[in-house]
Design a protein around this ligand. Structure first.
Ligand code: GLU
Length: 481
């Protein structure tokens, strides 16, 4: 019987969660759910200088916001913890000692200066830099002498000649000549385990069955395999997915725009939209369907469905997906989502009638592909934000429109009040009295009453504004001419 599926997402808490890492977490999570396995969150914080608790908190928050949950992780649960590498140092020490005893690793006292000049020299000869093995065969005496002088060694893994071959679920058979690898560090001189070592000890002791990660780690995998072999451990299955590229086909980075999950949240992307978008970067549903709920994705997901080709980030596509989810969001949730953006736009939301607020939010969702765009439309509904855009002004001051505007104003003044069901009769009346129709009437109304030429449907805006406000705005429009 196959071992149970156990996968992990292992971020280094040195900054915000990148959408590329969010996508790695998502692929692991989906695979675990699909296979009824376990998804583990492990924090790789062995770089004490760059790791922060604030970053751990932010990563946890972003994952939860995306709808990605773990069964075992730093905040509780699980038999194989602790789930922070900084709390697992004794484990690494024990296995490093074991390997030292077996002669699989050795102490290296080379100074950073020597290593740097070695590197430069190799590069200048057109060679790939790698450690030259100077400390490979130090005698016991030499070692104790240097230690007694207070020199602190690193532990290096002894890489023997040969090929390292493995099957990657996405890339197929991978071959690495160990000659190109060079003896690599598994424990640094401060006693801290290096990534390629800690990762193996953890993946093994956490019973990880599948390692799913970005293909920027492909070159680490042969090193990790050598560590597995030296300890006599079984390998997990590896699946390295291509990284997200920017439009210029270089790895997605800050110079392409927002890269952090939290930036997308703040700009007004919905979690289900970002999640849906991320899964489509490198995976296609067998049905070809693009808008999919988490449940539908889980149902259709498979690792073998992941593409070998690097996906290209498209903000346009993300916005398209987001606008779809915004439209689908019900009235209470869309109001909750939009509140912070209204507040940011200067609207005193707690002084507003709740029903009015909800009606506005429901109306506006048709026009939004990102929540923060709501600020562009506030002038339509809130007097303190009302202003005439240039395009609207041009229509209002045109001499051929003045008379029609006067007529609209008179009709409105004679009106009792405007309600949802009386809009069409009002518009019919306006057509008759102004002798205008279609764009020539609606454009004028839109310009004079909302101050801008785009926005939700006029028939839906008018009843929300009410008679008095429309009159006030039309009078203003007449005055500017
Ligand atoms: N801490 C590594 C990273 O963030 C994890 C790589 C792995 O999944 O093994 O890239």
């Amino acid at each position: 019987m196959n071992a149970p599926v156990r996968v992990r997402f292992a971020p280094a808490p040195t900054g915000l969660l990148h959408i590329g890492n969010g996508r790695t977490a998502l692929f692991n999570y989906l695979f675990a759910r699909k296979e009824k396995g376990t998804f583990i969150l492990r924090i790789e914080d062995t770089d004490a200088e760059r790791s922060t608790d604030a970053s751990i908190e932010a990563i946890l928050q972003d994952l939860r916001w995306l709808g990605i949950f773990w069964e075992e992780g730093p905040d509780g649960g699980g038999q194989d913890g602790p789930y922070r590498q900084s709390q697992r140092l004794s484990l690494y020490r024990d296995d490093a000692e074991k390997l030292l005893g077996k002669g699989k690793v050795y102490k290296c006292f080379c100074s950073p200066e020597r290593l740097e000049s070695l590197r430069k020299e190799q590069l200048s000869r057109g060679m790939m830099p790698k450690y030259d093995g100077r400390c490979r065969s130090l005698s016991e005496g030499e070692i104790s002498k240097m230690e007694s002088e207070g020199l602190r060694p690193v532990l290096r893994f002894r890489v023997d000649k040969g090929m390292v071959v493995f099957e990657d679920l996405i890339h197929g058979r991978m071959n690495f000549d160990s000659d190109g690898i060079g003896d690599f560090i598994i424990v640094r001189s401060d006693g801290m385990a290096a990534y390629n070592f800690a990762c193996v000890i953890d993946d093994h002791s956490m019973h990880i069955s599948h390692v799913i990660r970005g293909d920027d780690h492909l070159s680490n995998t042969p090193r990790q395999i050598l560590v597995y072999r030296s300890l006599g451990w079984q390998l997990p299955v590896f699946a390295h997915h291509p990284l997200i590229l920017g439009p210029d086909r270089s790895p997605l980075s800050k110079r392409h725009g927002a890269t952090a999950v939290s930036q997308y949240r703040e700009e007004g992307f919905l979690p289900e939209a970002l999640l849906n978008y991320l899964v489509l970067l490198g995976w296609t549903s067998p049905s070809g369907e693009e808008i999919l709920s988490m449940e539908e994705i889980v149902e259709a997901f498979s690792l073998s469905g992941l593409s070998r080709n690097a996906p290209i980030h498209s903000l346009k596509k993300l916005e398209w997906i987001n606008s779809h989810y915004i439209r689908k969001t019900d009235k209470d949730r869309i109001t909750q989502y939009l509140l912070p953006y209204l507040e940011k736009g200067g609207i005193a939301v707690n002084q507003l009638d709740e029903k009015y607020l909800t009606q506005i939010c429901v109306l506006l969702k048709e026009n939004l592909s990102i929540l923060s765009q709501v600020e562009e439309y506030l002038g339509i509904f809130f007097d303190e934000k009302f202003f005439l855009e240039e395009e609207a002004k041009a229509i209002l001051v045109a001499s051929q429109n003045r008379e029609a505007l006067q007529t609209v104003l008179r009709v409105l003044e004679d009106l009792a009040e405007i309600k949802g069901d009386s809009v069409s009769s009002l518009l019919a009346q306006l057509e008759e009295k102004t002798g205008r129709k279609g764009k020539s009437l609606y454009g004028l109304l839109r310009a004079g009453i909302t101050g801008k030429m785009k926005g939700p449907e006029l028939v839906k805006i008018l009843p929300l504004l009410g008679k008095e406000r429309m009159i006030k705005r039309l009078k203003m429009a007449l005055e500017i001419a």
